[in-house]
Write a protein that binds this ligand. Sequence first.
Ligand code: HEM
Length: 340
Amino acid sequence: MTLFSPTDQRKRTAADILLYGCKDLGFAPHGEYWKQIKKISVVELLNHQRVQSFQFVREEEVEVVIDKIRNVCLKGESINLTETLALVSNNIISRCVLSQKSEEDDDGNNKKDIISIIFQLQKDGMLDMDLTQDNIKVILLDMFLAGIDSSASTVEWTMAELLKHPTAMKKLQEEVRNVVGNKATVEMEDINKMSCLKCVFKETLRLHPVAPLLLPRHTSATVKVGGYGIPSNTTVLINAWAIQREPKWWEKPEEFIPERFENNPINFIGEDFQFIPFGVGRRSCPGLQFGVASVEYMIANLVYCFDWKLADGATADNLDMTEPYGKAVYRKSPLHVLVL
Ligand code: HEM
């Protein structure tokens, strides 16, 4: 099976218009161009070091949102958490991609945004191919399209599950507050000491993978999968949502039980096929480290700084957890909350 190659004109018209002739990672046909832009994204733009270098953006944006929530809370009003999280995620990605000045901070760390990094790599002859303006635009566009809603929606589902499961919320808050001590906000190095946070994050991704059918694949030859013959030239969708709720692999699969990941080596890096919220194989998410860093940091700060309550008459028992049908799993109803 190879990557999806949108050779059928009917399938690619919208993507052609929106994505500069299918030049982005998601729609570019498998081949040398696709390999090169995937390599640039994974190795140069979203590698571990880069993700760390953007931590100050996460810190500043999370601080702004915490202040905003605190002010609303002082007025005794409820907060539309859906909107608030979309905004903070948008600000983080936008600043990392194209609005951070190229400068060094006091520790000598380079604070370059992703667009400056691309231009620098191109100027220094570090890329195996010359990128046109359209190539650059579409690489950046992918980060907005794939990076903003995925992170915001995962934090929102996490908060909804925690509000629905007060015992899990209490356990997580105790862990986070114990690790952080008396500091004003959570620091990045605190996060690695939070095993309960990691279990809650994984359990949310298991129940609410943002891309339930992943990206489409395309067979380049006839193959047999699970006893079924799939002809060559077939578009194949992988139902990650169903796999992650399959009773053969998951006990009580419909229930939110973060403890199932305690002392459990199953991870989301694409090696455990029963748990693939970031996809699997060559097409898997290049923004995994970026997404994990942002989502864990946001959740830790939200539960550290406030005690939460559902607003507008919603309770743990009647909170609407409907997932509307679509290519991405967002909540049907916005999440309205109060902070205490
Ligand atoms: C919690 C956060 C995130 C989740 C759960 C997530 C999940 C996914 C999934 C499931 C796919 C499809 C993988 C496949 O079909 O095998 C994907 C693709 C992609 N993601 Fe993410 N993602 C997240 C955050 C991000 C971020 C922050 C960025 C960029 C800054 C990003 C950039 C991309 C891109 C460019 C693709 C297309 C890759 C390709 O076609 O080769 N993602 N993501």
